[in-house]
Write a protein that binds this ligand. Structure first.
Ligand SMILES: [Fe+2]
Length: 167
């Protein structure tokens, strides 16, 4: 991706980019699992990416949207999303405790993937369209804050930006 294209992406585009990245990791997992190959790396990557996504949404995106929605009297726009995040984080925790039991770990990851897919569908078909119409949401500053935080989190986790990966 060129620097120009990167600059034009807003917070919603960035979150949707994460969602596409998740979906490709889930497909990769399915392929590996069905072929009896080791799924450890793809699971670890997906969990690391999910945690970053979760932090960006719960620290920056949801509070900003929640505030704008409250001002415009849209009830509980992000309530469902926050519950989904709790479930997803709980599953990641369980998964991380079953590192040695690969069958159990794959089973948890399959459940996790189902929850994430549900979350993605909810955001992209129900919540994001409403978010786009919020007049009081300063999307530019949300975007800037998310980009900054994402760079920090990726540096902490040691993940390279998807489009800069050489794999
Ligand atoms: Fe999301």
């Amino acid at each position: 991706m060129t620097e120009k294209a990167r600059k034009e992406l807003d917070a919603l585009d960035l979150l949707m980019q994460d969602h596409r990245e998740m979906e490709s990791l889930f497909s990769e997992f399915e392929y590996l699992r069905q072929n009896g190959r080791n799924t450890g790396r793809v699971i670890a990557n997906a969990c690391a990416e999910l945690k970053i996504h979760d932090t960006l949404e719960t620290e920056i995106f949801y509070p900003a949207v929640g505030k704008a929605a409250e001002d415009e009297e849209i009830d509980g726009l992000m309530d469902e999303a926050e519950e989904e995040h709790d479930t997803i984080l709980e599953l990641i925790e369980k998964l991380e405790q079953t590192r040695t039991d690969h069958k159990q770990r794959d089973a948890y990851f399959t459940i996790l993937a189902g929850h994430v897919k549900h979350h993605v569908l909810g955001e992209e078909t129900e919540r994001f369209p409403v978010v786009k119409k919020l007049k009081r949401l300063d999307l530019d500053s949300v975007t800037a804050a998310m980009k900054k935080r994402k760079a920090e989190l990726m540096a902490e986790t040691g993940i390279a930006e998807a489009d800069e990966e050489t794999v």
